[in-house]
Design a protein around this ligand. Sequence first.
Ligand code: FAD
Length: 288
Amino acid sequence: MKLKDIYSLNRENAEKSFPVISFEVFPPKDDGYESLDTELEILNKYNPALISVTSTSTATNVQQKKIVQNIHDKLKLTVMPHLTCVRNSKQDVASYLDVLKKSDIDCVLALRGDQPIDGTKACTDFCYASDLTDFIKANSDLSVGVAGYPEGHLECKSILEDINNLKKKIQAGGEVIYTQLFFDNDKFFKYCELLSNAGVEAPVVAGIMPVVSYAQISRMISLAKISVPEYLGKKIEKYKDDKISMRDFGIEFATRQCQALIDFGVRGLHFYTLDKAYSTSCILENIL
Ligand code: FAD
């Protein structure tokens, strides 16, 4: 199914519509396919409209293709592989589009990808996600999702400049905006307002990551602009060495966060599952 159809179907009766539920999984590092299959089985009980599969390099694309095909063939779900400018030439992308066409895949998430920390140049043919979106739209019938940053992208000087750059992705054919994870709903509400003021009409899907460990949160915050509300910060410190309490608090926090987003009328909730379905399934039990 195409993204536009997925996100407009639940708007047919706007007053009562519930957000579209989707999940993000990533290819296991070694031979963790069995556990990913189990995770997917658990997540599938919640009738996701879509599952996206991350990409870190062309090497993992082999694993990514396997997972994408599995979700499409066995679970019969709409699947959205992530595709990056980083480490992918025009030729790589063209042959990947061919694979997706043959596999009957409808959607792709077009991203620039993170630049290597050693400063080496990893983008060759595509500088920005808008260039990649342009190429995908010119060479396939795929439906394209793009990334958005409620607190601005790390490399961009201002959120308004970042929104201007986001508009280029929409103009190139991006249909739905999947946001970076965030913990402060007010930042998301403000972002939606800024997008609306900028004339962006594409559905904005909220990225939700349940807190599962101190290391996970510290890593995320170091990589991107993500505010941690005072209350959350205190609890994270409190449960630093208590995994179970941290996980349970993460479920409670994300449940309240999702409930407030539903009340706001968010178009979709996209869960970064970290291939750990337990927290996500508890949150869904609470909100559905
Ligand atoms: P872009 O939209 O290209 O933007 C990158 C930066 O350049 C921004 O600061 C933007 O403001 C600026 N910019 C854009 N266009 C222009 C222009 N024309 N002129 C000047 N400046 C410009 N990374 C992975 O490696 N693999 C994944 O699977 C993955 N999945 C993700 C999923 C989601 C939902 C999100 C939100 C992020 C994901 N990322 C992933 C991370 C993403 O690759 C990084 O955040 C990356 O740094 C930016 O990607 P982008 O597509 O937003 O880039």
